[in-house]
Design a protein around this ligand. Structure first.
Ligand code: PGA
Length: 257
């Protein structure tokens, strides 16, 4: 794991944008794994800026989102398909047919999950996965105790996640209880990962995920097994890490590429 600590969320988004810019320039037909929630919003703004000002084209990019609520249609303002349209897809030149978000209204959820996994395999896997982290340690909607080899499937949200996400809904009661999410195993199969976390509120879970033991109680800790992860943090999110000085030194003295 490479832990990169920068002064602000804006700096983190800029770095993330640059890394994605470099990947798309090198491989215009790359496959991106996308995330929702508050965390990636600043990154998506940066990607839109790079698209408008620096000629970054998504026209040949394929994308797969991590998860979707069961029971919400793509045009429901709280669905993750809607979020992606609003925050990124409508402002760049990505071909909507190449964007994938699990179908939360599928009649046969198991078949939807299997076909989602199959679609990822058919394009050769995900080149770069963007992740946030839940305050309970989830990645995607892989809640504590998720199998670390799980694949795309239905999950039940924890009370903590329902509370965290209630801010997007009119009330806590409206938050769907179930979702479809890529599994921890699906995420571990991606070729590279950028995990972002901002704010003091994420500092406890970040220290558990990065410096704690690998445990299904903190699904993000499974990323310690992934060979190519960059964790990009602002100062407050990094504030409880034991090795903070070391991570800063490594980054400050990184070899020039
Ligand atoms: P947040 O959620 O970005 O809204 O904090 C992160 C997550 O639940 O993965």
């Amino acid at each position: 794991m490479e832990v990169i600590i920068l002064p602000s969320e804006k700096d983190c988004a800029k770095l993330g944008g640059q890394l994605i810019f470099d990947l798309v320039k090198e491989n215009p037909a790359c496959v991106l794994g996308l995330a929702t929630g508050s965390t990636p919003v600043s990154l998506y703004k940066e990607l839109i800026r790079l698209h408008k000002e620096n000629d970054l084209s998504f026209s040949n990019v394929t994308s797969f989102n991590l998860d979707e609520y069961i029971g919400l249609s793509g045009d429901h303002p709280c669905s993750y398909r809607y979020f992606m349209q609003e925050q990124l897809f409508d402002s760049v030149d990505i071909n909507l047919k190449s964007t994938h978000v699990p179908n939360g209204l599928a009649n046969n959820i198991e078949a939807e999950c299997d076909s989602y996994e199959q679609s990822i395999l058919e394009v050769g896997g995900i080149d770069l996965q963007i992740l946030g982290i839940g305050s309970d340690g989830h990645i995607g909607f892989n809640e504590p105790c998720s199998s670390l080899s799980s694949r795309t499937r239905m999950k039940t949200l924890t009370g903590e996640t329902i509370k965290d996400n209630a801010r997007f809904f009119e009330s806590e009661n409206e938050v769907p209880r179930h979702c479809i999410t890529m599994g921890v195993g699906t995420i571990l199969d991606t070729k590279s990962v950028l995990l972002f976390a901002f704010g003091e509120g994420k500092s406890d879970v970040i220290s558990k995920a990065i410096e704690g033991p690998i445990s299904s109680m903190v699904p993000a800790s499974a990323l310690q097994l992934h060979p190519n992860v960059k964790v990009i943090l602002d100062e407050p999110a990094a504030s409880k890490l034991v090795n903070i000085d070391y991570y800063k030194e490594v980054y400050a003295n990184r070899p020039s590429s």
